[in-house]
Design a protein around this ligand. Structure first.
Ligand code: GDP
Ligand code: IMO
Ligand code: MG
Length: 433
């Protein structure tokens, strides 16, 4: 049995969807029997490019393209039924079977008032806005913690659902109107919920027996993380974070597994950094190099379309990600985006306001004030896009990758050189240097 957590090692958008699709498909060996999304909601945009086409998955696990893989939207997730139904329709239209899609009855529901409140709260923050995706993530997790939430299973109990909505809508509407928004109508929302319930009913399940059965049958399970460590609610650059925990250690909680079940933790590392939304990004490049990374890497948000902030690789953040996640291996993605750059920089330390240099992640307030300390590496001219073996890579690219391993403290297992499923190098199959 293998339970492999696949998580973001930076600020999100590292290519987690691409990696999960590849691993679930069986191209890397045994296909995944189950893929579980364990946190987050449709703030995620996981891009998958395979023979079905190009998809930006927001909630459906990225293993959905393998008809033999059961895909679970886990209990730690938050589900907007409206966008999930739309996403399912798009997938069906592309010929993808959804027979193996299961949504945890315990996952919390994002309802229209959560989205509305997210937008209104962002507006109220003014210059201090977090730059959320406005998908209602903060408000829904707040309701979950405050025990005002409704869960996916509640969609199938219409009388109870209406009763709960009747009790909580006056409170929600008070806040909405306070911020200048339109109040939500009970009858309209109840009717919408009935409509979503009809679409989702065949997929709603108590997912725990499924997960237990998969483990009992010695199967391969992937835990698909959303976002990355630097946006973790507890360990990211608070308050510029999401409202859930992208760390691998939350995987067992959100999926319904004992902690010992996890056999591997794979950190997905983009070969440079990107972030969407506000907050500290020490290695950000606001010059022509940053523009080049954005253009060549097509760095625009998969959910909101916002241009991503781009910068040099940050090894302080990677060391921090490794400590918090305990990576057993890495996938480096988007190496090809660096093709043709004469030289590359890696941030190996932060200069603190005191002048002292540290290679350890400081607290978020200090992070806002640090200056990156770089080492410079030679680039490569030759395109890496067609490389399928370690030996196909230019020597300087190999050295850059080896340095990433050294600074992060975990071995690279795969190197991705294009968005397509097959554009990947598996290190175990590589000839020794
Ligand atoms: P995720 O949220 O972690 O799944 O990542 P996103 O899908 O938001 O962003 C990653 C982007 O990079 C997507 O547009 C992918 O198609 C693309 N991508 C992934 N791996 C590679 C790669 O190795 N090379 C290139 N050029 N693009 C890649
Ligand atoms: P994937 O899974 C990149 C960012 C937002 C904002 C912060 C909080 O595709 O990597 P939220 O809507 O969660 O309250 O926003 O987190 N953010 C993402 N950035 N990729 C994502 O998902 C993101 N999901 C949220 O831009 O800074
Ligand atoms: Mg994304």
């Amino acid at each position: 049995m293998s339970v492999i957590a696949i998580v973001g090692a930076q600020w999100g958008d590292e290519g987690k969807g691409r990696v999960v699709d590849y691993l679930a498909s069986g191209e890397a060996g045994r296909p995944a029997d189950m893929v579980i999304r364990f946190q987050g909601g449709d703030n995620a945009g996981h891009t998958v490019v395979n023979r079905f086409g190009e998809f930006k998955l927001h909630l459906v696990p990225s293993g959905i393209f393998n008809p033999d893989t059961r895909c679970v939207v886990g209990t730690g997730c938050v589900v907007n039924p409206e966008t999930l139904v739309a996403e399912m329709d798009d997938l069906r239209a592309a010929g993808v079977s959804l027979d193996n899609l299961f949504v945890s009855s315990r996952a919390h529901l994002i309802l229209p008032y959560h989205r509305q409140l997210d937008g209104l709260e962002e507006r109220a923050r003014g210059e201090k806005a977090i730059g959320t995706t406005k998908r209602g993530i903060g408000p829904v997790y707040a309701d979950k913690a405050a025990r005002w939430g409704l869960r996916v299973g509640d969609l199938l109990r219409p009388d109870w659902l209406r009763e709960r909505l009747a009790a909580l809508l006056p409170r929600k509407n008070q806040t909405i109107t306070h911020f200048g928004g339109e109040p939500v109508d009970l009858d309209t929302l109840t009717a919408q919920c009935l409509h979503w319930a009809e679409h989702l009913r065949p997929h709603v399940a108590d997912t725990l027996p499924l997960v237990r059965a998969a483990v009992g049958a010695d199967q391969t399970l992937l835990l698909e993380g959303q976002l990355g460590v630097m946006r973790d609610l507890d360990w990211g650059a608070y308050p510029y974070v999401t409202s859930s925990n992208p760390l691998a250690s939350f995987g067992p909680v959100g999926a319904g597994l004992p902690i010992q079940a996890v056999t591997d933790v794979i950190g997905v590392v983009k070969a440079y950094v990107t972030a969407v939304g506000a907050g500290p990004l020490p290695t950000e490049l606001t010059d022509a190099t940053g523009d080049r990374l954005r253009q060549v890497g097509r760095e625009y948000g998969a959910t909101t379309g916002r241009p991503r902030r781009c910068g040099w690789l940050d090894a302080v953040a990677l060391d921090y990600a490794n400590w918090l996640n305990g990576f057993t291996g890495l996938v480096v993605t988007k190496l090809d985006v660096l093709d043709g750059m004469p030289e590359l920089k890696i941030c190996t330390g932060y200069r603190l306001p005191s002048g002292q240099v540290t290679d350890r992640m400081p607290d978020p307030a200090t992070l806002e004030a640090v200056e990156p300390v770089y080492e410079t590496w030679p680039g490569w001219d030759r395109p890496t896009t067609t490389a399928r073996r370690w030996d196909d890579l230019p020597g300087t690219a190999q050295r850059y990758l080896r340095r990433i391993e050294e600074l992060t403290g975990a071995p690279i297992r795969w190197v991705s050189v294009g968005p397509e499923r097959e554009a990947i190098i598996e290190m175990q199959r590589a000839a020794p240097e």
